[in-house]
Write a protein that binds this ligand. Structure first.
Ligand code: 3HC
Length: 391
């Protein structure tokens, strides 16, 4: 296993600066790389703000100050020189295969032979990103959840050529990164399939949500009532969560799954229109809600009765069963635990063990209503065979 002292984080957006913050908190020397100084200025200010907040709460540990950690954070626009003495790199640049491949080639050509190269992609094939860099055995996926300092889950993903050493180092580094809300949870993802575990299991819910949004618009139901349908089980209702993640991200991800999993993932009208209008959610100040004054206060006193959490759980269980069928995860407990750690919502297997028959019927109904065949229950779900599988 590689002894990691210096981590280079490439890309200083929301995810990149969260990753840099927790890497500093774990005691690593960190260099943040981007293509413009203004991006780095903003990231440094954010990281400092986060560290100061943690310092004020005594979360940095005995005698550790935000200033001392900031002194261990370096910055540069020159990726090749940044990785010269790196032990580990985490790429968090735009979800564009061409850009990622260039970044990996530069990193592989300029870093020491032992350096492990991780990508925080949420949608792209690790195998493909690694393919032409020259050292695919050193490349792994390391998928974080937003906001990185607060969400416990990290998925460590094996590409087709990832070495055991790269995976072990990735698991060890991930386990070493603190989380401000509970213990870090690291899920080993055995094969490189679209969406890995957590995003994959939540992906087909987007087919359903997209249909709910279009129905709500047609029936002139306000968004806050859809969020009220989510109830207390969801820390953010469906509309707020889409705004929070970014509607462009959701649109992009749905297009990706439309290509890799099923054409049923094509984004619906409401999502497409919001994206076309540039209303991308929290990041632009407007999406379903107005975020210009910070997180919106959502009135959840009246429900629409359109979005149904049981249906959502049934859809998740079905996809969880497909994940097991394909051998992406070693058992259903990992899938449930990773979901709780990555989304702060319960996974579907706990309740699914008792409900798979009723939920299979729900799925057939929703497939009929939406016309999305992908939502029909798979064999493992219908038979309940997952109950007998290894946890
Ligand atoms: N450093 C230090 N402290 C920080 C911080 C940081 N970087 N960021 C926030 N904090 C502090 C806040 O200041 C706050 O402190 P306070 O209590 O003293 O005021 C504290 O942490 C809690 O912050 P919030 O008030 O924002 O916390 P909430 O209780 O509102 O919870 C949440 C926020 C955890 C984000 C919760 O709303 C949630 O679980 N939402 C769901 C998020 C989710 O599903 N994420 C996954 C998205 S999918 C994804 O990421 C996959 C990818 O592929 C796209």
């Amino acid at each position: 296993m590689v002894d990691v002292k210096k981590i280079v984080v490439v890309g200083s957006g929301l995810m990149g600066n969260g990753i840099a913050q927790v890497s500093l908190m774990a005691g690593y020397n960190v260099t943040l790389v981007d293509i413009k100084d203004e991006f780095l200025d903003k990231a440094f200010a954010n990281i400092e703000k986060g560290l100061k907040k943690s310092e004020s709460k005594g979360q940095l540990g005995e005698g550790v100050t935000a200033d001392a950690l900031m002194a261990k954070l370096k910055r540069t626009l020159d990726l090749a020189s940044a990785v010269k003495d790196a032990d580990y790199t985490i790429e968090a640049v735009v979800e564009n295969m061409k850009v990622k491949k260039e970044v990996f080639k530069t990193m592989a050509e300029n870093s020491p032979a032992h350096c492990i190269l991780a990508t925080n992609t949420s949608t792209m094939s690790i195998t493909e990103i690694a393919k032409d860099c020259g050292r695919p055995e050193n490349v792994i996926g390391m998928h974080f959840f937003n906001p990185v300092p607060l969400m416990r889950c990290i998925e460590v993903i094996a590409g087709e050529k990832s070495s055991e050493e790269a995976m072990e180092t990735g698991m060890a580094v991930s386990n070493s990164l603190p989380c401000l809300r509970g213990n870090r949870y690291v899920a080993k993802v055995l094969i490189d399939r679209p969406g890995f575990i957590v995003n994959r299991m939540n992906a087909p819910g987007q087919i359903y949500l997209s249909w709910v949004f279009d129905q709500a618009k047609e029936k002139q139901i306000p968004w806050n009532q859809i969020d009220a349908d989510g109830g207390h089980a969801m820390p953010m209702g469906p509309c707020e969560l889409c705004d929070y993640v970014g509607l462009d991200t959701m649109h992009h991800v749905m297009e990706y799954y439309a290509e890799t999993l099923s054409p049923n993932f094509k984004p619906g009208k409401v999502i497409s229109e919001l994206v076309e209008a540039g209303n991308l959610g929290a990041k632009t100040g407007k999406g379903f809600y107005d975020w210009s004054g910070g997180r919106p206060k959502i009135d959840k006193s009246q429900k629409a009765g359109l979005f149904d959490l049981q249906t959502m759980m049934a859809i998740m269980l079905n996809e969880g069963c497909r994940i097991l069928e394909e051998g992406v995860a070693s058992g259903f407990k990992i899938i449930d635990d990773a979901n709780m750690a990555g989304m702060n919502t319960p996974g579907p297997f706990g309740a699914g063990k008792k409900n798979f028959e009723a939920w299979s019927k729900l799925l057939d109904e929703i497939a009929d209503k939406t016309g999305a065949e992908y939502l029909r229950p798979c064999e493992l779900m219908k038979s309940g065979g997952f109950v007998k599988m290894r946890k």
